[in-house]
Ligand binder design. Sequence first.
Ligand SMILES: [Mn+2]
Length: 347
Amino acid sequence: MKMTFRWYGPEDPVTLDKIRQIPNMSGVVTAVYSVPVGEVWPMEEIEKLKKDANAKGLEMEVIESVPVHEDIKLRRGDYKRYIENYKENIRRLAKHGVKCICYNFMPVFDWTRSQLDKELEDGSRTLIYDKEQVAALDPRKLALPGWDSSYSPEEIKELIDAYQAQGDEGLWESLNYFIQEIIPVAIECDVNMAIHPDDPCWPIFGLPRIITNEKNLDRFLSLYDDPHHGLTLCAGSLGCGVFNNYTAMVRKYGKMGRIHFAHLRNIKLLSDESFEESAHYSGCGSLDMVEIMKAYHDVGFKGYMRPDHGRMIWGETGKPGYGLYDRALGAMYLTGIWETLDKMEEK
Ligand SMILES: [Mn+2]
């Protein structure tokens, strides 16, 4: 495996100089953020990101994300042009040595939490999802980080109505259309496409969500029979569903060679459809990180890993989930488990 770290580009207070000091860090996971969703990324900007990372001894082999325009997910408006743009982005990234592209197919809202700074008993702050708090939210008025704030309340309402009219099967059809278009390009460029599961892994605000459980991951992979069509297996996103056995998924899809990118974080399940994001250490959450890492090790995982969201600790402030300290602790903890598994295997 290759350990990586998400970096939000030159504006990120977590600089490359800091990231490079985390032991065993092979590279950054990043994206071009200056271009509206759906447009082609300028060559110079891709090149600059790569040059900056390489100058600090870090690779740029993983992109997270190349976002998918809502028109593609709804197969309406300019979707054909956006799909052509998407193909061009795959080609441009491949030219710059990118080997894996993470994306998701969540309608309107990306990852969703009810609070971004819940204080835990030890004084750290974390992201939580509380079923009742979410039920009380009006999706038309949401303006929290992590969500696209460029929509007006009327636009959000229109989008939600369009997705509800399309339904689950309509969203599957849009996804299938998109996959049939882009995977041949990914194969040609030898780039692994890795879909990120929906976070959390159940429908919110009455919107369809389909990348949520083992049955649907099976269905997703069956859309195109080629290893370039694969998964970002996110422990937090899938693990917050009591119906999901993340470790079993690692073994199953890992053996098939369909996991290209692993997001690792722990979560503490509080009740049905409520959870808080905890430190990576198994003792802090509901997921057994050693069992998870052992599953990746057993299947001979050669893809990329990154510590996922971290808490805010030691007084750090910044982008919720994406501070330096707790993610660096997570990276070292995961690296330590991996090193141990390597050494045990040698004996
Ligand atoms: Mn994730």
